[in-house]
Design a binder for this molecule. Structure first.
Ligand code: HEM
Length: 509
């Protein structure tokens, strides 16, 4: 027995020795230097516990920004639970991973982590499968941009009813926005909304009781998946029966519509598509595999619903804190589309194109996503031995060796909050910065939607939907006030960053 253990240890020592020699030679070959090393002295256990603590306290996004400021580096190395990780906010390194060296980096354990909910879809797969998924979905997004705004108005009316019920008292807009975006997403994806905003229980659509189950299940699973992502390669340990039951109820929802679409005769399907766009009907023309249809639509739902709700929620939080900006934005919107107050609302004039012309609105949204990116951090895993262009050595100008299987964490929120890029006012909400010359040079330093081949497919969709909601709120209400005194606010991170607990605001006509 002792000889087996001794043999095993010798083999391990030999493997480590050979691996270290390989690293040494690769570093020499590519002129690499090491990145600054943040060592907690406990094999990364303290770092991990701190991460969980910050998560609980709502300070994890703040902590990400502070970590870079503390070490005064744009790239550093840490050890978490024994394994080395490179952490970066350097735009050059992020660009390399997402674009110029796209093939050298993959999405790591994402498939296993998200598979129970998403199966094989654009968000979870790589290589040829990903290319196929993306090629199938891309045409739907260009078409969709044109037709989607009119579809939003009935849901705006449902949202307004809730706001009016609070008649000038604080209420949690974030909760309502999550319902709003699941209503609009289900409408867009399946041609029928789950109508979670309707108070009359009319979630009983077509005999399936979605209302209470669907959005609650989706929220629960979203939270749970975050912990599977944190567990990294050990994601399979993060599981419970509520998680599995919630997924069943989400699948039940999607399968109901998929079955309905597959049972439709082709002429009826064609007629229905002409009346009103929905993604499922378009995809049924490409494939009749129910599992593929479920996976594709749920991937879009996960990617697009909470991210857009978070953007609108943070935007209203900022507008409520900044009366001058609210006034300036309302003036632009009133000039373009009128207002309820003046009795000259021109909802029919709000289109994809006319919203794009509202420059101040776009600057307000850009600035919201700079300070509060819905996906504040992300990671990639090296698929081969490779390098990153910067981060090595004291001056961080030397390349950095990344061995196959190593994880590089990148933080959009820390990059967006870097004074070297955004100047001394980097913490302030200043939409006007988007009209300065500096803005022309931000490029890869501004990355709310990622970049490169896996850039967000729904970027225009999300910007249009958020612009529409914010424009309509400006038209319907003359005053906005916030009851969240903390700045920056405490946040919670599931897969998407939200304001922790509630975003309590008041809207008055
Ligand atoms: C403010 C709203 C949104 C933000 C900030 C956002 C951000 C992102 C980011 C950062 C990624 C890259 C994830 C990664 O590769 O690791 C992504 C991917 C994606 N997003 Fe969005 N997103 C938003 C809304 C939407 C919407 C509304 C849709 C669809 C309706 C959508 C569809 C997708 C899809 C399909 C991908 C995967 C692309 C691929 O891997 O090829 N997103 N999004």
């Amino acid at each position: 027995m002792i000889s087996i253990i001794a043999g095993g240890l010798t083999l391990l020592a030999l493997y480590l020795l050979v691996d270290n020699i390989k690293s040494f030679l690769l570093k020499r070959k590519f002129n690499c230097r090491n990145a600054y090393y943040v060592n907690d002295g406990w094999f990364g256990f303290k770092t991990f516990l701190l991460l969980l603590q910050n998560d609980r306290n709502g300070t994890s996004s703040e902590n990400q920004i502070n970590n870079f400021e503390t070490v005064q580096k744009d790239t550093f190395q840490i050890r978490m639970l024994g394994s080395k990780k490179i952490v970066t906010r350097d735009p050059e390194n992020i660009k390399a991973m997402l674009s110029t060296q796209f093939d050298h980096f993959g999405i790591g354990h994402r498939y296993g982590q998200l598979k129970p909910l998403l199966g094989e879809g654009i968000f979870t797969v790589s290589g040829e499968k990903w290319k196929h998924s993306r090629a199938m979905l891309r045409p739907q997004f260009t078409r969709e941009q044109i037709s989607h705004v009119q579809m939003l108005e009935p849901h705006i009316q449902n949202l307004k009813k809730h706001i009016m019920q609070n008649s000038g008292n604080p209420f949690d807009i974030q909760e309502l926005l999550l319902k709003f975006t699941i209503d609009t997403s289900s409408d867009f994806l399946y041609g029928e909304s789950c109508n979670s905003l309707l108070e009359d229980g009319s979630g009983l659509n077509g005999g399936v009781k979605f209302k209470s189950n669907f959005h609650k299940s989706f929220d629960y699973v979203g939270k749970f998946l975050r912990y599977r992502a944190i567990a990294n390669g050990f994601y399979f340990l993060v599981d419970n029966s509520k998680f599995r039951d919630s997924i069943k109820s989400i699948h039940h929802f999607a399968d109901y519509y998929v079955k309905k679409a597959l049972e439709m005769p082709p002429e009826e399907l064609e007629k229905a598509t002409k009346n009103k766009f929905n993604l499922l009907f378009e995809l049924v023309k490409e494939t009749r595999d129910p599992k593929v249809l479920r996976d594709l639509t749920l991937n879009i739902l996960l990617a697009g619903r909470s991210t857009t709700a978070a953007l609108i929620s943070f935007c209203l939080y900022q507008l409520a804190r900044n009366p001058d900006i609210w006034l300036k934005l309302r003036t632009e919107i009133k000039n373009s589309f009128g207002s309820d107050e003046e009795g000259d609302s021109r909802i029919q004039d709000i289109t994809f194109e006319s919203l794009k012309k509202c420059e101040y609105l776009r600057a307000v949204i850009n600035e919201t996503l700079r300070l509060h990116p819905s996906a504040p951090n992300n990671y990639r895993m090296a698929t081969r031995d490779t390098t990153l262009p910067r981060g090595g050595g004291k001056d961080e100008q030397s390349p950095l060796l990344v061995r196959k299987g190593e994880i590089v964490l990148y933080s959009a929120i820390a990059m967006h909050n870097n004074s070297k890029i955004y100047g001394e006012s980097f913490r302030e909400f200043k939409p006007d910065r988007w009209f300065t010359n500096d803005a022309k040079h931000w490029g890869w330093s501004y990355l709310p939607f990622n970049g490169g081949p896996r850039v967000c497919l729904g970027q225009q969709f999300a910007l249009t939907e958020a612009s529409y909601v914010i424009a309509r709120i400006c038209m319907m209400f003359s005053q906005i006030e916030s009851f969240e005194s903390r700045y920056p606010p405490l946040t919670e991170l599931y897969l998407v960053m939200f304001i922790k607990n509630h975003n309590n605001i008041v809207l008055r006509i």
